[in-house]
Design a protein around this ligand. Structure first.
Ligand code: PBG
Length: 323
């Protein structure tokens, strides 16, 4: 045999030398749930190890994460049902607890990078990402609401806006709103290929944001489709997105790969709540080695072509890396 691939695997030194993919904590974005009030740290029952935090309890947690090398966080608000309406007007209200908390986080840790979701669902009495009339999710009527929400978030200090709503034309409308108000430095990481997935369950539990009726299939993508991800990528790129996200990650590694091959801007992936919940559950039962499973999953998402990964495993991965 002239060629024996095993020779390049014979020692840790050689394996490390020829390792093709490197994953570091700098590639990770940590999603966190925020709740109004004080002294709250409530575990999400379908997403163990993850909590709804009040801002006073969250600040020390963020400091701990920063010390572990996590630089970027995506914060999601759990909004009281009484504040929700059809127009999601609380999302840009003056007294919005989330926007106040964002300001406080940026004042306390100016070096921390903050990302935020733009979509109606956490604020909508219909639980949909767009404005609903007679059971229909209306695209063009939703766009100005998204733009207002994005502007309010930029004013509060968000560094990266994440439109997660899948309405057509949203990236362009948000870019225009940000630029015309002087926020040319605020980035857009678009949820470009966001699929109508079964894996968002624990997230919707965390925010109590599940649709009150129907499903999200008229706006989120059909899991059967891959070419359509290129169309979404092209539109988001042309409308001014800085980064293109694929969501979920694990069942969609081929989509990450195809976007990586076709676009020159960074590609990111959202390792969503249901994907993480599966690992928590298996590890708890002793069916999987938690650290090895998490590390392999995140590495595979990077190998597929993601530069950045949103993952609930961020803090645990940072702790593993320290060892
Ligand atoms: C809101 C949004 C969702 C997620 C991120 N932003 C849920 C949904 O679209 O229903 C899911 C994240 C996760 O499952 O971890 N538009």
């Amino acid at each position: 045999m002239n060629i024996r691939p095993r020779r390049n695997r014979k020692s840790a030194a050689i394996r490390n030398m020829v390792e093709e993919t490197k994953l570091g904590v700098e590639n990770l974005i940590y999603p966190i749930f925020l709740k109004d009030g004080s002294n709250i740290k409530e575990e999400v029952s379908s997403l163990p190890n993850n909590f709804r935090w009040s801002i006073d309890r969250l600040l020390p947690e963020l400091e701990e994460c920063l010390n572990l090398g996590i630089t970027t966080f995506d914060i999601f608000p759990a909004v009281d049902e009484s504040l929700k309406d059809k127009m999601a007007s609380y999302s840009y209200a003056e007294d919005n607890f989330y926007l106040h908390a964002i300001r406080r986080i940026k004042e306390t840790f100016p070096e921390l990078t903050l990302m935020s979701d733009v979509a109606l669902d956490p604020y909508s009495s219909d639980g949909h990402d767009g404005y609903v009339e007679n059971g229909k999710i209306l695209n063009d009527e939703t766009l100005p609401i998204l733009a207002k929400m994005a502007l309010a978030q930029a004013q509060a200090g968000i560094d990266i806006i994440g439109p997660s709503d899948m309405m057509d034309g949203r990236v362009g409308v948000i870019r225009e709103m940000l630029d015309s108000n002087g926020f040319t430095d605020v980035s857009i990481m678009s949820y470009t290929a966001k699929y109508a997935s079964a894996f968002y369950g624990p997230f919707r539990d965390a925010l109590n944001s599940a649709p009150k009726s129907g499903d999200k299939k008229t706006y989120q993508m059909n899991p059967a489709n891959k070419r359509e991800a290129l169309l979404e990528g092209q539109l988001d790129f042309e409308e001014g997105a800085d980064m293109l996200m694929v969501k979920p990650a694990l069942c969609y590694l081929d989509i990450i790969h195809v976007l990586r091959e076709n676009f020159s801007i960074p590609i990111t992936a959202y390792n969503v709540s249901g994907e993480c919940a599966m690992v928590y559950a298996a590890a708890k039962n002793g069916w999987l080695d938690y650290e090895r499973a998490v590390s392999e999953m995140l590495l595979s998402i990077k190998r597929a072509g993601a530069d950045g990964i949103l993952t609930y495993f961020a803090k645990d991965f940072a702790n593993f890396s320290k060892k």
